[in-house]
Each structure stands twice: as C-alpha cells, then as structure tokens.
Write a protein that binds this ligand. Structure first.
Ligand SMILES: Cc1ncc(COP(=O)(O)O)c(C=O)c1O
Length: 471
C-alpha cells in the first residue's frame, strides 16, 4: 500500500538530491502544500517530519522547513598553532593588487544593472533623499560637528544598549567606515614600533594599517570553532609586551569563528593584567544567523575596549559610515578624526539616522540573515558537488558574517592561480593575504555575500578546475 505522504516525501527527496530544490531553500508552507496538492495537513506534516529526521531539511522557528547543507562531509580547517615572534608588516605589490580587486567579496564581480534593488536599500535611499530635501539655508557652507551628527550617534548608542552596552552618545564618534575607525583606534593606543596582536588568518586591512603605521604584528591563531586563541595569546604575553590586540569577536573574516563567552571574559582579564587595549571590530556583529552576540564592549568595566564598526557589511558599503567608541579616549579620537578628514556628510548621516529610527535597519537585517544563511549553505553544497576532484578539503561553516575559509591540498598554492583565474574574470582571495608570514598558501577565502546565480556558480566550478590543475 502506498501512502500520500510517501509520494510527497519521494518527490521532495528527488528534488533535493538533483539540486532542483537547492540547499538553503525554504520548502512550501504546509498550508500551501495542502492547497496545491489537495492533501491533508497531517499528510504534509508527516512527510516534512520524515525529511527532517533524515537530516535533509531542518525546521527554523517561525520560518518553516529549509533544505540543509551536507555539513558532515567537510572537516573544519586546522590553522597552525605555533606563534612566531613579532615582525614588521611588508605587503607585496601583488598582494595590494589582489586587495584592490577583491574588495567586493564577489568571485565574479559584475554589477548587474537589471537586478532588483533589495527593499531595505530602496527604503534607505528614500530616507537619504528625504534628508537631502530637508536641507536648510546655508548648511552646505558649514562642516558637520566633529564627533558626527548627534541623532546618528544616539541611534548607534541605542542599538548597543539593546545588547547590554551602557555607553552614551558622547562616547561615540562617527567615522568614514570601519577601516577609518580601526585606524583612529590604533593611532590612539599605539606608537611606531609597538607590537599589536592580531588574528591569524585575519583581516588584511588591519595588516595594511600596521604596515603604514610602522607597528609590529604578532599573529595569534584563529579556529573556526573558537575565534582567536585566547590561550595562545595568554602564552606569549609574558614574553612580548603588546600595546593592543585587534580582534573581531563575532564572525571574523576569513574563517568566521566566534569567541565563546568564557574566553571573552578571559581576554578582558588579560588586557587588564598585561595592560593593553582591545580594539574590537564589530563589523559582522549584526550578521549573526542566530541571536545577536553582545560585543566585548558589553563586558568592559575598565575602558579596555575601543569598539569599532560600520554599516558596510550589514547595510551598504556606499554609505561609508561607521563608529569608534571609547569612554576615556573620546576627545583624543575626535582630534585625530579632525586632522584626518575634518567632517562627514551631514545628509548621509541624517538619512541613515532616520532609517534606523524608523525600524528600517532592523527589518533589513532580519531578511539579510535568512538570505546569507541560505547562500552559505548553497556555497557549501556547491563545493561538495563540484570541488570533489580537489580531494579532501576542509571548510569552515560560520554561523554568521559573509565568508568562509577553505583549506586545500598542501600541494596547491592558491596565489599561483590568481592571474589565471583573473583572466577568466574570476577574482579570488588567496590565504596568504590574511597573514604577514609565509603561510596559508593552500587556503582561500570564499564569500557568500552574493546570490549564487548561474554566472557565479560557473565561476566557482571553473575556479575548482584551475586549482585542480596544480595537483
Ligand atoms: C573585518 C573587517 N573590518 C573592517 C573592514 C572595513 O570596513 P569598511 O568598509 O566599513 O571600512 C572590513 C572590510 O572588508 C572587514 O572585513
């Protein structure tokens, strides 16, 4: 005897296995299935529950049933655990070219003029236009206030208060993005020659800053499970005096790890004991697929943490708006900002502030998180299906952010394939970009910031072939 739920179950399994129902996709709702197939609710629920039990789909609270990625096939990457002596940073010109090309986080960068503008961005644009139309008298002949527009500082503050931080708007300085915020924070707490601990592999923008400021880098390993190794840092602090530690506690690029709660407390204790500042990069904080993890700043009782962030990853890179927060260093930071760039655009700040106040940002983030999680799962699935000829690969599967880290066969040098890939219009970020030492040559960062349309899927498949030619 054949039951109706079996037909539905078989059909869905076939769709999932063939890729017609891709990883990350939401299955039609129970009501939709009942109406379209003229079957009972119990039949649909039975089929969905069986798919869930088999691990093909998962339930997400208040959202429905989603096709799962086949996680268990890939072990997580294993970064080196030995810590080398501090050194000055020397990024090569080739690396600079790679940085310039890949800043877009897109394997096949081509701005599609016909693609739909997301609703959140359309609403943001409306807020920006309204702010521009509200221009008064001779405003255009005056600079914005040095700390940044007060309503925007208030909004940034309000957001962080929701996550347990208790600083006020006078401690917030609006910056031209997060890179600017990091630069001001490092200028505040370091002088040339000082040692700065960073994540390894870690954000190349920080390495560039250290290079330009004549600071020494001390690379501390990061794992996909636990973010920066607080134990590793602790082991070397007696030996080397550091002025600061730059850390992205939630979903650090490229691996996407997040520091567990206990280690966060320990990091702050170390900062106290060994008298250094923590420069917290919270740029991916709002892009957690689950609950928002509070920033380190929330635990900061003694002003050890200088909090940096921006709206570049969560909303728009075009805004060029971010923040740096320090209770004790606020005045010094403001002076540094004035020397650097005088002021920012009042209209952009006002438009963004209105967008935050109207709840547009929260709405946008809620949608963005669902989309990004889906795109991450699709990426892992594509790699499982199309990069098999590269042998056993290790993949990090972060629960937030925009990127994951792939470790390939040690025989492969990803940077060696850079020009070949570029000739095909494929832009890659090789592993050695994320370190000042000679390491991670067989690794690369892949981003899931963009939808996996045909063009990007083809680029990923082609890249697999280019890399495989090295084995
Ligand atoms: C970890 C991290 N921090 C800071 C930045 C720079 O951000 P912004 O564009 O806001 O300057 C980036 C950009 O890629 C990043 O990945």
């Amino acid at each position: 005897m054949r039951y109706l739920y079996q037909d539905l179950e078989r059909e869905l399994i076939a769709g999932i296995n063939s890729g017609h129902i891709p990883v990350g996709m939401k299955l039609p709702s129970i009501r939709q299935q009942c109406e379209e197939r003229k079957i009972s609710k119990a039949t649909v629920i039975h089929a969905y529950q069986r798919l869930e039990a088999s691990g093909l789909v998962e339930v997400r609270a208040k959202s429905g049933y989603f096709v799962c990625s086949r996680k268990m096939q890939h072990p997580v990457p294993s970064t080196q655990q030995t810590i080398s002596a501090p050194r000055l940073v020397d990024m090569s010109d080739v690396m600079r070219d790679i940085m310039a090309q890949s800043a877009a986080f897109d394997i096949s960068p081509q701005i599609d003029q016909r693609s739909d503008i997301p609703i959140g961005i359309t609403e943001l644009n409306r807020s920006l236009s309204r702010a521009l139309r509200r221009q008064r008298g001779a405003e255009h002949q005056y600079y914005d206030e040095p700390a940044g527009l007060l309503p925007l500082r208030r909004q940034i503050c309000n957001r962080y208060q929701r996550f347990g931080c208790n600083f006020n708007e006078n401690e917030v300085i609006v910056t031209a993005g997060c890179q600017h915020a990091l630069s001001l924070a490092l200028q505040l707490c370091c002088k040339p020659g000082d040692i700065v601990a960073v994540e390894s592999p870690g954000f190349y923008g920080v390495l560039q800053l250290l290079e330009s400021m004549g600071l020494q880098v001390l690379e501390i390993p990061v794992t996909a499970e636990h973010g920066i190794s607080v134990d590793g840092l602790s082991d070397v602090l007696e030996k080397w005096k550091i002025a600061a530690c730059v850390v992205t506690p939630s979903f650090a690029t490229p691996i996407g790890g997040a520091i567990p709660e206990e280690s966060r407390q320990r990091l702050l204790q170390l900062a106290e004991k060994f008298d250094f500042k923590i420069v917290e990069d919270d740029i991916y904080g709002d892009l957690s697929f689950g609950h928002r993890i509070p920033p380190l700043k929330q635990l900061d009782k003694n002003n050890r943490v200088i909090l940096c962030g921006s709206f570049s990853k969560s909303l728009s890179r075009e805004l060029r708006l971010g923040w740096v927060v320090s209770s004790t260093g606020q005045k010094a930071l403001m002076r540094l900002k004035m020397v650097n760039m005088l002021a920012l655009s009042r209209y952009t700040q006002q438009g963004l502030s209105d967008f935050l106040e109207d709840g547009g940002y929260d709405k946008h983030i809620r949608k963005q998180k669902v989309l990004l999680r889906q795109q991450r799962e699709q990426l892992v699935d594509l790699l499982s299906r199309h990069w098999q000829h590269l042998g056993a690969i290790r993949i990090s599967q972060p629960e937030g952010g925009l990127t994951l880290w792939v470790e390939l066969d040690p025989k492969i040098n990803v940077a060696d394939s850079y020009l070949k890939a570029r000739a095909e219009g494929i832009i890659i970020t090789p592993g050695n970009l994320f370190t000042a030492q000679l390491q991670y040559q067989h690794c690369l960062r892949l981003s899931f910031a963009h939808p996996w349309n045909d063009r990007r899927q083809m680029a990923l498949i082609k890249l697999g072939e280019i890399l495989a030619a090295q084995i």
